[in-house]
Unconditional design. Sequence first.
Length: 269
Amino acid sequence: MTARERVEATLRGTHRDHLANQPLLMSFAVAYHGVPYWEYVSDYRVLVAAQLRAAEDFGVDVVTCCSDAWREASDLGAELTYYDHEPPGCTQPLLKERADLTRLQPVEPEAGPRMIDRILAVSDLADAAKGRAEVDGWVEGPVSQAANLRGLTELMLDTKDDPGFVDDLMDWVTDLEIAFARAQIRAGADVVGVGDAASSLLPPAFYQASSPVFTDSWRPYTRVGPWSAFTSVAIRPTFFPASLACMPTSSRSTPWSIWRMRDSSSAPT
């Protein structure tokens, strides 16, 4: 049984030789490969080599392009600080004022230096894995990307002071992230992870009241197939039911923090 077959069997709950080994290796892969983190996130060839080495040496069934949360924001103009032993960070949000959103220009994923670097990593991993391992692409979810662009504290205040702006911002970033996900699928990703850890900071009542907006934002992610995934890290128990309520039933049928669905037939182009 190949690693990819094992992952898919684990997700479906069908027979496999053992459970899939699916750690999300980032800092460990960097350290094990002996490179600085800034190089790992700046050169797709380094990321690919580090992922393949860790997968080979430790029997990992999934190789991932998840490296940091700032690729999209960087290509939109955010200034980042890069480090040797941790992911890059941003101290000045791109949207200092709410009105800045009207001046924000979208970037095609293939035209963004950091987004195309991830797309190239997906392509090389897909070529190297050749079905033996599952290739995991990655995009940011609407709340996390909104926080990246606006600043986490500012975004939380905006949910109280101007919820309409928050809806507009998340709609804007959702269009970008769907385009980025599609580009990675075209490059060969078997699964595209959607990281939205910041959503767990929203009050459940706010999230539930806004569920039509969130549902409309998330539903396209589950239709860019072949597989889509949703993950919300460090999610609070009080928030968990609300986040599930905004996910299509078929994409939350597994008892893990990642839900996937197969929907190639209805995937938009």
